[in-house]
Design a protein. Structure first.
Length: 221
């Protein structure tokens, strides 16, 4: 495992996900990812060149927001940060220690999911709902039944964002969206457990998602 193999793996991951990324080898981390002042003397000795992985929401169909990962040559004490245009502060975090490329890619995948969910899919849906005159409530849903229960772990339903709103005809909609470009409307049983109503997948942009939501709502009219 080295930076070349990691770069290849990350590029393959992004291609498989349909995510636009930029990877570059740099002699020093970019300022927004520079955690060197927090390293001790021994750690500082191994700090140096590394791989910068950058993903922005704009080229992935969202507003002005970015997420970046810094992976040093030493493969230790990497960092990551996500930021949006109006943020007053830029939070900076360590990448958890990893022993192989699979665990690093899994971390980048989970972290990027949260970023895309907030800054691509939720942002587009929020704008679309406002433009179409819908008010909505963000709700927590953790109990599933039927097909949703069977697929909850594989689809990561517990990490989805759930919203409730009404369409123009007063029809109650429970909608869930994920950072992997998945979405579904749900029906609740008498105990409030959710199962799938209609499902969509493979949305690459927020516009893809909102077109699907619009079609689902119109089909219920």
């Amino acid at each position: 495992m080295n930076l070349d193999s990691i770069r290849t793996s990350i590029s393959a991951w992004a291609a498989q996900r349909g995510i636009q990324i930029v990877t570059s080898e740099r002699s020093l981390p970019p300022a927004e990812l520079d955690m060197r002042p927090l390293l001790d003397a021994t750690e500082s000795e191994s700090a140096g060149p590394g791989l910068h992985v950058h993903i922005d929401a704009v080229t992935n169909g969202g507003p002005d927001a970015d997420i970046g990962f810094w992976i040093p040559n030493s493969l230790k004490k990497g960092s990551w940060s996500a930021m949006a245009e109006d943020d007053d502060e830029i939070p900076l975090y360590w990448i958890p220690d990893f022993s192989d490329e699979a665990s690093l890619i899994a971390f980048i995948d989970r972290t990027t999911d949260k970023f895309l969910l907030q800054h691509v899919y939720e942002a587009a849906l929020d704008e679309w709902l406002a433009d179409t005159g819908h008010s909505y409530t963000v709700v927590e849903k953790t109990e599933f039944c039927g097909d949703a229960a069977a697929l909850a772990e594989r689809l990561g339903l517990h990490d989805w964002l759930f919203l409730e709103f009404q369409d123009a005809g007063g029809y109650d909609i429970t909608l869930g969206i994920s950072g992997k470009g998945g979405a579904a409307t749900f029906l609740a049983d008498e105990d409030g457990f959710l199962t799938f109503d209609q499902r969509g997948d493979g949305f690459k942009t927020g516009e893809d998602l909102t077109k699907w939501v619009a079609s689902v709502i119109s089909s219920k009219a």
